[in-house]
Design a protein. Structure first.
Length: 269
């Protein structure tokens, strides 16, 4: 199950491990950790995207190394057989990022809460302030899928040889260079030859859930993206690209590939 409903999770709370992966843009004036401490789905563990990204990288939100990830997973008390449910309190983008990274490091059973915490709260489902004590595990097998990540050289090579379709999840204005990038020191525009599907197009605004498979297929077609060809996704810093990655997985059953540095790396002046 790639997506689980709020009803399903409500009925299976004791059978799963849950991560609150909420993250907000710096200009949103929201504090994800503070919001989690005020209320969260019972037994949810807070996962901080900034804390658990590669701190040695000059680019934001890069995937951490294998050793760090293994220690983090053990500290969170996760076993290889656990069914992990990920949610966030936004438009599913940071939940999709954790979904991608967990699977990148080989975890088999990972699902997104469709509709996220927004839908959960709207339906007045149970919330908690309690922070459960975590019993650390001492064994977790990592299987890193290194082919699921592209680097800048591979992106630059692709401009010449066109070996895969590169799809950018940023807004149309940013992609077309009509709007400045929110991060300083970046040029405007896009990678030559890339396509654009703003990630919000995949999400139903009213329910905060992913649109149906048929609608997602049409979104890819309407944006001239041949999803049956090798496809790589990017965005500003590798987060919202994972929304497109999940949509791509839903319609093609193929694993998502992400340009992790994204425009924060490629677009440097």
């Amino acid at each position: 199950m790639t997506l689980v409903s709020t009803e399903w999770l409500n009925n299976n709370l004791s059978k799963v491990k849950i991560f609150d992966a909420s993250w907000h843009l710096p200009n949103s004036n929201r504090d994800a950790k503070k919001e989690y401490l005020e209320k969260h789905i019972p037994a949810a563990i807070f996962w901080d995207i900034d804390e658990h990204s590669d701190k040695n990288s000059s680019h934001p939100h890069m995937i951490s190394n294998l050793n760090y990830w293994t220690k983090m997973i053990l500290n969170f008390g996760i076993n290889n057989h656990d069914h992990i449910i990920v949610y966030d309190h936004s438009h599913l983008y940071s939940a999709c990022r954790l979904w991608f990274v967990l699977r990148y490091f080989g975890h088999k059973k990972v699902s997104i809460l469709n509709g996220g915490f927004k839908k959960w709260l709207k339906e007045k489902r149970i919330v908690s302030k309690k922070i459960d004590q975590i019993k650390q595990t001492n064994n977790y097998l990592i299987n890193e899928n290194i082919d699921w990540i592209k680097n800048k050289k591979q992106i630059d090579d692709n401009i010449k040889n066109n070996s895969f379709v590169l799809v950018d999840a940023r807004s149309r204005d940013r992609f077309e260079g009509k709007k400045e990038e929110p991060r300083p020191g970046l040029k405007k525009g896009c990678v030559p030859g890339s396509k654009n599907i703003p990630f919000q197009d995949c999400i139903d605004v009213k329910t905060n859930t992913f649109k149906s498979k048929s609608k997602l297929i049409n979104i890819f077609k309407d944006n001239n993206v041949d999803y049956y060809k090798p496809t790589v996704f990017m965005c500003g810093s590798g987060i919202t690209a994972c929304v497109l990655g999940l949509a791509y997985f839903l319609i093609s059953d193929n694993n998502a590939v992400i340009y992790d540095g994204s425009f924060a790396e490629w677009g440097k002046k």
